[in-house]
Design a protein around this ligand. Structure first.
Ligand SMILES: [Zn+2]
Length: 342
């Protein structure tokens, strides 16, 4: 484990994270869209390590163990319940192996379970608690620095994740999904929900997934103003806007829901994600990352926007060295267009 804890690092400045493992490994052909269970951890561990390594080289300081949806409920859906323990342990091992190649932290990862039922809080809470306890106890045995509990649709479920993390004496980052306009699925305003999480001892609160830079920032700024603990923002790199505030709400030209398999036309550029990182920095966000849709070129652009030079910066763009685009860009471009048209 790293000698500098997550809290040490946050005290010193911004910590950069990177996620979107499930989305990216689906695009690479290692995870099935639909169930989105990270079977790749057991079936192609090298593919997981490679993506960890790419995020590490691009500037991520946290290797998030790929245990997203590696819980009992989801594994039952794909008939791999017997692989539950092995999948969880292996995911943490892979994250550790790559973290040691740099000076990165390892985060154990738990998420929304789909088992929490706001109409049957008592019974469903004990099911959720048992799922988190088994996942995190395996993670602790394999070695993690802190817990990321994320894409929480319900404050109630997030509080269970927080309690389980605290029982294990681990720093906890708890972030909410923000699919609805202003409230969690159990009816708490996102800002109020973050405040409650902070009051219950969360070390870092905030939002991840669902919203792109433009629609996550206004909410994050309100959260920043409402809590005194650290704040995390991990948007998706998609061009959401006031009319379509989440990537689930984006529509194709044909009027179909773009999420999750037709989102490419809405991708942000690396410059837009770099601009987000700078805005988040000036808003006082402490943990800046990226979620579904995330890829190493975004992470590097964000790191460099934060004034960092990372391993992958060795190959950052140097367009001045391009034979055509390099000099007199405007003139060359006109020339190119003229030739292309004729
Ligand atoms: Zn996501």
């Amino acid at each position: 484990m790293s000698s500098r804890t997550i809290l040490d690092r946050l005290k010193e400045g911004i910590v950069q994270g990177a996620e979107g493992y499930v989305f990216e490994l689906e695009r690479r052909g290692y995870i099935k869209a639909g169930p989105y269970v990270p079977e790749v951890v057991l079936d192609f561990p090298e593919a997981v390590k490679e993506l960890h390594r790419e995020f590490l080289r691009a500037g991520s300081e946290v290797m998030v163990a790929l245990t997203y949806y590696a819980h009992r409920e989801k594994l039952r859906d794909v008939g791999r319940e017997n692989d539950l323990e092995l999948m969880n342990r292996q995911a943490v091992r892979l994250a550790n192996e790559v973290a040691r190649e740099g000076d990165a932290l390892v985060a154990g990862n738990i998420c929304n379970t789909w088992a929490y039922d706001p109409h049957n809080v008592r019974e469903s809470s004990s099911v959720v608690r048992a799922m988190y306890e088994e996942q995190l106890s395996w993670a602790v045995e394999e070695g993690i620095d802190f817990v990321i509990s994320e894409t929480n649709d319900y404050l109630g479920e997030a509080l269970i994740a927080l309690q389980v993390s605290k029982q294990l004496n681990l720093p906890a980052m708890v972030t909410l999904a923000s699919v609805q306009p202003t409230q969690t699925q159990d009816g708490y305003d996102y800002i109020e929900a973050c405040k409650i999480l902070a009051d219950h001892g969360a070390d870092i609160v905030g939002l991840n997934c669902d919203r792109g830079p433009e629609t996550i920032l206004p909410l994050i700024e309100k959260i920043r103003a409402a809590v005194s603990c650290y704040v995390a923002a991990q948007p998706v790199p998609y061009k959401t806007n006031a009319q379509y505030p989440t990537f689930e709400s984006l529509c194709t030209a044909a009027g179909e829901q773009a999420f999750p398999l037709q989102l490419e036309p809405f991708l942000c550029t690396r410059f837009e994600m770099a601009a987000f990182a700078r805005k988040a920095q000036s808003s006082g966000v402490n943990y800046i990352g990226i979620c579904c849709g995330g890829a190493p070129h975004y992470v590097r652009a964000m790191a460099e926007a934060l004034g960092r030079t990372v391993a992958a910066s060795k190959y950052s763009p140097a367009m001045e060295l391009h034979p055509v685009l390099g000099s007199n860009v405007e003139e060359k471009h006109k020339e190119f267009l003229a030739n292309w048209k004729s």
